[in-house]
Write a protein that binds this ligand. Sequence first.
Ligand SMILES: [Zn+2]
Length: 378
Amino acid sequence: MKQVRGPYMCYSVEKDFLTAHLIEQRTKLMEDVNNHEHDIALDIRKLHNIDGLALRFLVNTEELLDQKGHHIVLVGGEPDIVTKLLTAHNFKHFATMADFELEFHEINPGLLKSILKLAQGGVGFKMLQLECPLCKFNEVTGFVIDESCYQVQWTPREIIPVWFPAKPDAENIDYSAYRVAICPECFFASTRPDYFSIHFPEGDIKTILKPEQITNLAINGSARKALANEVRESSRASFFQPPRDRQSAYLSWKLHELCQKQLSTDRHFIDAFEIVLANFMMCKYATTERLVGDHLHTALAWLNNLMQNQTHYSTNRLIQAHTYYISVLLALDKLGEAQRGLADFQNQYRDVPEADFWLGRVEALVNDALEDLEKAQK
Ligand SMILES: [Zn+2]
């Protein structure tokens, strides 16, 4: 059993992984190993038996992948099996599926902690010096917030919840305008500081991008440049420096969207969630109603894509995606579809405590829409 999960090709390993299975599946497995441009994740939660030859095969495969800048990671597993594997090779191991999911969508929490400690700036809002992984320009500015100083809240006008200071001395900024870091030379853009190399006096943290991803991005530089040049004065290095105005915030998300599409040549690996997020942010900073409409429709199309490929996304992202899906349907006056979406959301996530914040929001939005409809009919 294999499926795409985030940037990984994920295999569920059965109860036994023995020489016999290896002989049976080796050719197919090697085809995958030789052909793909991503890491491999082995879900070993069910695995009970692995023999010496199968173990050797995994270690050899990892060494082969390592030469191309890729890796095998392990997810779950019983302690004795995990020990056996980790003794054979220093594989990266995630104790639970949740830990694994978190890693492929968000910056690693441990890394974020050290980044916040080392970064410069005021209370809560910090600046980073980044190096572009494509053109090596090393004065890219990145911005991060310490989430413990802020709190997300719903606002009437926005589909995405907004960060507000939760401590009196936390800097009061519109973080959405700063979330995307952009190289002013080649216009590589990302919400992930770890996609860049990060410079600290204590040493550098290298980009987590894979060599193929860097190549894919590098060969498509002209499309980014053309996009940036549509916006006046965008070539100025200072364009993306604070304070970012509406125009630079809009362009930052537009470039983020484009870079997400340029990361992989395989459409299946495009992270629809990031494209949706970028389009909602472009709605926020767009200057005309027509643009807002365009971005809402684009967001809806990618949400449909996401809903059809739910296995690619973490639970946390799916909860958010359901919320955005219903919200955008309401924004586009599709109340019937929004109600069906809400029923589906409730069925799937009613018992998931993390979903409360999100479910509550869309339940209120659908109720408001129903009340408005009733009033209009009277
Ligand atoms: Zn660059």
